[in-house]
Design a binder for this molecule. Structure first.
Ligand SMILES: CC(C)(COP(=O)(O)OP(=O)(O)OC[C@H]1O[C@@H](n2cnc3c(N)ncnc32)[C@H](O)[C@@H]1OP(=O)(O)O)[C@@H](O)C(=O)NCCC(=O)NCCSC(=O)C[C@](C)(O)C(=O)O
Ligand SMILES: [Mg+2]
Length: 372
């Protein structure tokens, strides 16, 4: 049966152009807690890139929305200059990955974005983020074009593709988008465009809304008197979409990300939104302002408490049988093969992060287990 992208199984991992690099069989789990957006045409932001390189997992040169139309060419050219001149940025050995968000596929700029960037800095670019992806056909278009450009540029490493879900059709097609190409690295939520496309009645870039709530039922006393207290609980507008993204990504072995939180002045709500996404299965979020990098780095790194608990569960199950099967009691709770698997998710993530973050390594290494 053909894949959603129309390719048979035997052709799925064939390069789409003669001389293009072999597609990857597995998407590497490179830490990407914060994808930090900068406008390369903004001199102040561009000047901050070298100092951010050691502090953030991913730097993304944004060419799409938030870059003025009359700055599109300047942004593209400045990105070429920044990628060529910043040490430690991009490529397999970069201390920060280099991503770009190209203009949308129906825009007048996108063809020049790709034909300019790939030959000039294709060896540095790790991931191309494609906005407003509607279905597998959009990924197929970018996939073939990237293969042609990689072959022409003589690149030996395939550039990966990340799709933003920001239309109702994109959400409806989320599974086929994730499976459309071996280049697919992950998905981000685009809450602002998605809200507009869905005709939601919000005006924010991500985050909640005080009107989206549930209210507790009225309470009555034993005398039948109606109580006045009716607490309300704000709900998460993005839960449904994030949950769909997480399942689609897990099914295809790629990575889900929350996306942007536009209220820079509310770090607490930003942290909560990021943490919800982390707990549901996302590996990172976007940072739009330098102040959001620390929030994402902290939230998307497992806590000391989680790692201590996870290691205790691993140790307890190993003590029992050595192969991690069976059931044990720890702190009054049953732990078994399935809770072990959850704990291993956290332990493996901590190892990946410690490999790139020396401060975190020190913190995780210092955790002591009190059990015998
Ligand atoms: C919000 C803004 C206007 C506040 O910018 P500001 O200059 O007013 O803020 P500030 O607090 O005064 O900035 C302090 C310093 O940090 C710099 N700075 C500030 N931001 C950055 C940055 N990102 N990277 C590097 N440096 C930055 C800024 O230039 C300044 O430098 P200075 O100390 O030399 O004066 C600004 O931060 C910004 O433009 N951020 C990026 C916005 C962006 O990329 N938006 C697009 C992604 S969200 C989106 O597209 C939606 C989506 C997914 O498509 C969909 O939901 O549909
Ligand atoms: Mg958008």
């Amino acid at each position: 049966m053909p894949s959603p992208a129309g390719r048979s199984a035997k052709d799925f991992f064939r390069p789409l152009a003669v001389g293009a690099p072999e597609p990857l069989r597995e998407i590497p789990a490179r830490p990407s807690r914060a994808i930090h957006f900068f406008d390369p045409s903004n001199p102040k932001m561009a000047a901050k890139v070298p100092q951010l390189t050691g502090t953030v997992d991913v730097l993304l040169g944004n060419l799409e929305d938030a870059v003025r139309a009359d700055n599109k060419v300047a942004a593209r050219e400045s990105l070429v200059q920044i990628a060529s001149s910043t040490s430690g940025l991009g490529g397999p050995d970069g201390s920060a990955q280099l991503w770009t968000r190209i203009n949308s596929l129906d825009s007048p700029w996108v063809l020049d974005d790709l034909t300019r960037l790939i030959p000039a800095i294709g060896d540095k670019l790790d991931v191309v983020m494609v906005p407003k992806v509607q279905g597998a056909e959009d990924i197929a278009y970018v996939d073939r074009l990237l293969a042609q450009l990689e072959a022409k540029a003589g690149l030996d490493r395939p550039i990966l593709v990340h799709a933003i879900l920001e239309t109702a059709r994109g959400v409806a097609n989320v599974e086929e988008i994730c499976g459309a190409s071996p280049r697919m690295q992950g998905l981000s939520l685009g809450p602002a465009d998605l809200a507009a496309d869905r005709r939601m009645k919000t005006t924010r870039v991500g985050g909640g809304h005080p009107g989206y709530l549930v209210r507790q039922d009225p309470t009555t006393t034993s005398d039948g008197v109606l109580g006045q207290e009716r607490p309300t609980y704000q709900q998460d507008l993005w839960h449904y979409t994030i949950a769909r993204m997480v399942d689609a990504c897990a099914m295809h072995g790629i990575y889900p990300y929350y996306g942007p939180f536009g209220d820079i002045s509310d770090p607490l709500a930003c942290e909560d939104q990021f943490r919800n996404a982390f707990l549901l299965g996302c590996v990172g979020a976007w940072s739009l302002h330098p102040s959001q990098i620390e929030i994402a780095n902290r939230v998307f790194s497992p806590s000391v408490e989680d790692i201590r608990h996870a290691r205790r569960v691993v140790a307890a199950l190993n003590r029992q049988g050595g192969d991690g099967t069976g059931a044990v009691m720890l702190d009054g709770k049953m732990e078994d093969d399935a809770s072990l698997k959850q704990c291993l998710v956290l332990v493996e993530l901590a190892e990946q992060l410690a490999a790139v973050d020396p401060k975190l390594k020190e913190i995780y290494d210092a955790i002591e287990l009190t059990d015998e």
